[in-house]
Ligand binder design. Sequence first.
Ligand code: ZN
Length: 231
Amino acid sequence: MSIDFVEALSTDNLTAIRAAPKTDVHSHSFLSTRRENAERWLGHPLTKPPLKMKGLEGMMEYIDAALAPHLDHRQGFEFIAGSAIRDAIQDGVVRLEMSFDIRLLKFYPEGLPELLTSIEALVERYREQVDLRPELGFARECANDPKWMKLAHQAIELEFFQSIDLYSHEEACAPEAVQSLYAKAREVGMKLKAHVGEFGGAEEVRRTVEVLDLDEVQHGIGAAESVEVMR
Ligand SMILES: [Zn+2]
């Protein structure tokens, strides 16, 4: 099948956009399936999100109120992650860098080996259809908690995750707070990413790229303030 992807985009040809093989470098496992799939699995409807949310805080409030009570457990997570992978496959994604938040360990009493076994099972189950590359997800507020910091270091040492991503409120931690984590990730050959410039400006994007030696910036729209930072 030959597809002109630019043409498909400019003509809103969703079928052709779907059919083109793609890489998704920004997927949060626990938030990446369609709501309808979770409703079918649960057997009941979920509250719909408001048309407009008040920033990240508003999104988190919606998740806490409408989704978490039904899905915030091991079975819920494992369903959502599998369903998100199936959605990606249907959307023509052939390589998927999906992040798994370190706090998922709260569902796995046996710790990292048990979580990694569960992720590895997803990689194996969908291997024929998609190159799933597990990414370690780290929320900025966890940088202040020695417990999550230690577990993230241990996760990197296991050389299982192929990339790392930092996210959540930009003011929750400065890039320096996770510099040692990122240096370790670099040592074992991981791809380094962070959400920045999602809320903050161009200088914050520059600083974070430099301090963490980033390969990729997620969002990064704040960089548009500065021609130099864009370059
Ligand atoms: Zn994101």
